[in-house]
Write a protein that binds this ligand. Sequence first.
Ligand code: ZN
Length: 243
Amino acid sequence: MTQRKLTKLIKLTGKIKLKTATRVGGNDGSLRIGGVDLMCIRDPVTDLPYIPGSSLKGAMRAAIEKKEGRWGRPKENHRGQFEDNPKEPCMCGTCAICRVYGAHKNTQSRTGPSRIVVRDAHLIQEDQKIGKMEIKTTNTIDRKTGAAVHPRMEERVPAGSMFKLEMVLSVYNDDATFEYDEKRGEEALLEVIGTSLGLVQEGAGLGSSVSRGSGQIELIDPEMEEIEKPKVVFKPISSHESK
Ligand SMILES: [Zn+2]
């Protein structure tokens, strides 16, 4: 194979609107602060909640893997046997999803580096009301007695809140022959990403408790722009104005 070369960088932007209150960024490990069991993740500088890029990328990947039947595929061990892999992303290193999102833990991947970088999505404060958090108490129901047990308090970002979506797509020379869903090359990469986000929007959702109605999102104003020859220009020190 000829050397893989980066040919283009494309910036993809938009706004993520929460249609339902959502706990963003946390995992289900119990994190208890001031009586609240499950907190949202917050930017340490602004103290506002944000959606970590890794969470969003994970939700996009899981959604398209389920559609394509790649999620939790049996994986081949070093003896050539197939083992169950119920909660792991695909790591075949050859499929469309491995090409766009990276081949997970497969170091022998033929698809090369992950094509997409998903940045942390920060809260857009258009309205002072937004940013105020909701606390919701959730219960587990005891199947035998029907009683609510293990109540826990969960912090959620209210419906209507908006976050800034930003992703960067890297296109390599060997993507020219890549095909997905009747698209080819760069358009095929964009099709994988668009399908993933569409599935997250249409029901796969974000964060925990999606099956209970949390984490429903809407994507607003999706746009793309090519990043022109990225470079940093260094200026001579003498050009700074002295104070
Ligand atoms: Zn794969």
